[in-house]
Design a protein around this ligand. Structure first.
Ligand SMILES: *Cc1c(COP(=O)(O)O)cnc(C)c1O
Length: 352
């Protein structure tokens, strides 16, 4: 039977013998070598496919911990604000744990697959006429006055669970890579990875720690600009956040690791999204591609040390956002007549 992250990393997590061994089989995600990207960037690039978690994003690592602790502490409901993946994950783990789940989302800005997940897992969905940052503010106030457990990444158990990905990377290599690149939205994940690498180093599981390279979308680059963005915009909706909750922790991760937090344009993200699919066979969601767009950007200015080992975190599964994928098709499909002649004509673009 597969075991999840609570059982596998029991010794490194704030769990007790009263913590339920909740799991949907999260963690232990593949680390795939990316030949094309390695060539293009003159480095050794590996892709950590977090989209292969049970609900299709890395959020499951943190959510299994947050929901297990909520259950342990006697909660009967969880709530979150979400750009989509947090709600999908919260809804699934709440279902598994027998808790009610409430999700507050920015109306019109949640990818179709993510919304479908929350609906089917049975969460109560409350869309607001506002963005993620406003949704999170509302959820925080509610959490103060009512007995519902907030499972956004301001819940410390989320980062604890998410840090397990750093342990997995060290296990696979036997040491730390030079660089870990990932997209930054609410900035919880970059903070969690850094926590994981630092801890693993303290436990002497590795001799060094990587530099943390985070990438925000240009229209939502609060940390890069060092100011809140009141109307964040990007087609990578999972990182469409103007006031990251873990802002300070992310800056600390950047500083302590000697890393960077930079921004990438939507065009650069889109290009990386296509390259990943066409050259590496990996279908991730747009936000995930920001990590790769960032690597290209750093390579252009000669910032990638030759032959360095880089792990890019592909945070979410491409199937969550079919609409973004279909935008690549410039024209709608037109069916042909069902004859061999028509097929040959269309495939080889010749008259027969
Ligand atoms: C949540 C999410 C992010 C952003 O992670 P943060 O911890 O909010 O910085 C990036 N990509 C995907 C697919 C996500 O679901």
């Amino acid at each position: 039977m597969t075991i999840g992250i609570i059982e596998r990393y029991y010794d490194y997590l704030p769990v007790t013998d009263k913590t339920p061994m909740l799991s949907l089989g999260e963690g232990n995600t593949p680390l795939v070598y990316a030949e094309h990207l390695s060539d293009a960037l003159s480095a050794h690039v590996y892709l950590k496919l977090e989209g292969l978690n049970p609900t299709g994003s890395f959020k499951d690592r943190g959510m299994v911990m947050a929901v297990a602790k909520a259950k342990e502490n006697g909660a009967d409901a969880v709530i979150c604000a979400s750009t989509g993946n947090t709600s999908a994950s919260a809804a699934a783990y709440a279902a598994k744990a027998g808790l009610n789940c409430f999700v507050v989302i920015p109306h019109g800005y949640v990818a179709a697959g993510k919304l479908a997940q929350a609906v089917l897992y049975g969460a109560k969905i409350i869309p607001i006429e506002g963005n993620f940052d406003q949704a999170l503010e509302m959820v925080k106030v509610l959490g103060e006055h009512y007995s519902v457990e907030i499972v956004n990444s301001i819940n410390p158990y989320r980062l604890e669970g998410q840090k397990t990905a750093a342990y997995e990377i060290i296990e696979k290599f036997g040491h730390s890579p030079h660089i870990v690149a990932l997209p930054v939205g609410n900035a919880g994940n970059i903070s969690a990875y850094w926590l994981g690498f630092k801890e693993a180093h303290e436990h002497q599981l590795c001799q060094s720690v990587p530099k943390m390279w985070g990438f925000q979308a240009e229209g939502a680059a609060a940390i890069v600009r060092n100011r809140k963005i009141s109307n964040p915009e990007t087609f990578a909706t999972a990182i469409r956040i103007g006031d990251p909750a873990s802002w300070k922790l992310a800056v600390k991760a950047r500083e302590e690791s000697g890393g960077i937090i930079n921004d990438v344009t939507d065009d650069e993200i889109r290009e990386a999204y296509y390259v990943l699919a066409e050259k590496e066979g990996v279908f991730c969601e747009p936000a995930s591609a920001a990590a790769i767009a960032g690597l290209y950007k750093q390579a252009k200015v000669g910032e990638i040390p030759k032959d360095s080992t880089i792990v890019a975190i592909l945070t979410g599964n491409g199937l969550k956002d079919p609409d973004s994928a279909m935008q690549k098709n410039s024209e709608p499909f037109k069916p042909i007549q069902a004859t061999e002649e028509e097929l040959v004509k269309n495939i080889f673009e010749v008259e027969v």
